[in-house]
Design a protein around this ligand. Structure first.
Ligand SMILES: *Cc1c(COP(=O)(O)O)cnc(C)c1O
Length: 414
């Protein structure tokens, strides 16, 4: 990979994002295999909405989770059929809902009774019957289940405590059909037992709710919560161990007559694409300041907010990173503080990261950059150019790199 990244930095320039399609295919395969096909795979477009990537995911992934009208447009432009999409979001606008209904969206994930009523009226006006999933915010979220989105006051979904009454009210509407439930209650969890226990508790909750409203669900979406090892000390999740405790419960549920037709869906973003992405940035300046070795790069927080620790983290922890020079894999290391080019002290890519000697012109690769990178960053802050996005894949045994950027050409010669 080092050699390939070095070539890409040379050919396309820095800064840039690189997405490794082979790694994404491999990951999809690993997930399916771990659960022996019991889960379908849905991809959360917000984690990386690159058009060429979305296009490449057709056939590999079963469906998309979209969360805006813009993501609906992008996904359709990438060749995805709207029937394969589910639409989440706590504040979908009337226009977005209309676009989704008229596009024939597979299902809308409603987050309130009020939203369901709005869709009911819309469906009646459009002369269709719209399929809905009801998003439930679990009453309890296990400690450590990533950045928690439920188990406390939250804008997402219908509180589990209110769910029976709410689902009954929604099921009574005549132009919508409730086809199941959706849970997404946390993310970036690396602890297998916590993930497994969460899935088990949702299975119990689905069973209870379905019986309570006398529904035979056709779709149950598990917002996966699966995390990736961003930092040096992180251990990857053990999917096999999760599957071992969850599979019997899934099978038991499927054996019940109410659930024989239920499709179980695992909805994931970062776990699928996160580790397949790298952010490449080049050292522009070197400095020694008060005993510290400082390196300043051509890209930073403006392109990669999360790597600078400003997305969902309280303390800065260095992302895993390496020097993109195949020759230095085993070279002696020095501690560097690495900064981006912005005129603000929070543009910090690494503190005391131990890397081989870094000189002007050297390139570093920041790992785990395939999700929540480019489009989750303040690209226009201080008006630097946008980074390119490069997709690599093996075609006929050879690496092929394509420029997948969507930015307008700025005319700047690289
Ligand atoms: C963001 C999101 C996801 C994906 O989360 P990851 O941590 O990237 O796996 C899945 N489902 C919903 C509803 C989301 O909002």
């Amino acid at each position: 990979m080092r050699k390939l990244l070095a070539q890409i930095a040379e050919q396309f320039g820095t800064p840039c994002y690189v997405y490794d399609l082979d790694a994404i295919c491999q990951r999809a395969h690993t997930i399916r295999k771990a659960f022996a096909g019991r889960f379908r795979l849905n991809y959360a477009v917000k984690s990386n909405p690159n058009g060429m990537l979305l296009c490449a995911l057709r056939g590999l992934i079963d469906g998309l989770d979209i969360s805006s009208g813009g993501e609906l447009k992008r996904s359709r432009a990438a060749g995805w059929d709207a029937t394969l999409m589910s639409f989440t979001g706590p504040a979908k606008s009337p226009l977005e809902l209309r676009e989704a209904v008229t596009a024939g969206i597979g299902c809308i994930v409603v987050e309130s009774v009020e939203e369901a009523r709005q869709i009911d009226a819309l469906a009646e006006a459009c002369g269709v019957r719209q399929t809905l999933l009801v998003r439930i915010a679990p009453a309890k979220v296990l400690p450590g289940f990533g950045s928690r989105m439920s188990g406390k006051p939250s804008q997402f979904g219908i509180d589990e405590e209110d769910a029976l009454g709410a689902v009954k009210a929604i099921a009574d509407l005549s132009n919508v059909e409730v086809c199941g439930f959706h849970v997404y209650a946390g993310t970036q969890c690396l602890d297998g037992p916590t993930i497994a226990a969460s899935y088990l508790s949702w299975i119990e909750m689905f069973r209870h709710l379905a019986a309570g409203v006398d529904l035979s669900p056709r779709t149950l979406i598990f917002g996966s919560g699966l995390g990736i090892p961003y930092h040096d000390q992180d251990k990857p999740v053990d999917l096999a161990a999760i599957a071992e405790s969850v599979v019997p419960a899934l099978d038991a549920l499927r054996a019940e007559s109410r659930f024989v037709d239920a499709r179980m869906v695992l909805e994931t973003g970062r776990f699928l694409v996160g580790e397949a992405g790298f952010y490449l940035t080049r050292i522009v300046r070197t400095k020694r300041s008060r005993g510290f070795e400082i390196r300043i790069c051509d890209g930073g927080m403006n392109h990669h907010l999360a790597a600078c620790g400003h997305m969902g983290s309280v303390l800065h922890r260095n992302y895993r990173m390496f020097k993109v020079d195949p020759a230095v894999a085993d070279a002696p290391v020095t501690a560097y503080d690495i900064y981006g080019p912005l005129c603000t002290s929070i543009d910090t890519l690494a503190r005391a990261v131990r890397l081989p000697e870094l000189n002007v012109g050297d390139v570093i690769a920041i790992c785990c950059s395939g999700a929540y990178g480019l489009t989750a960053s303040p690209l226009r802050f201080i008006s630097h150019e946008e980074p390119r996005e490069i997709i690599v894949q093996t075609v006929n045994g050879k690496h092929q790199s394509s420029d997948a950027s969507e930015k307008e050409e700025s005319g700047v010669v690289r």
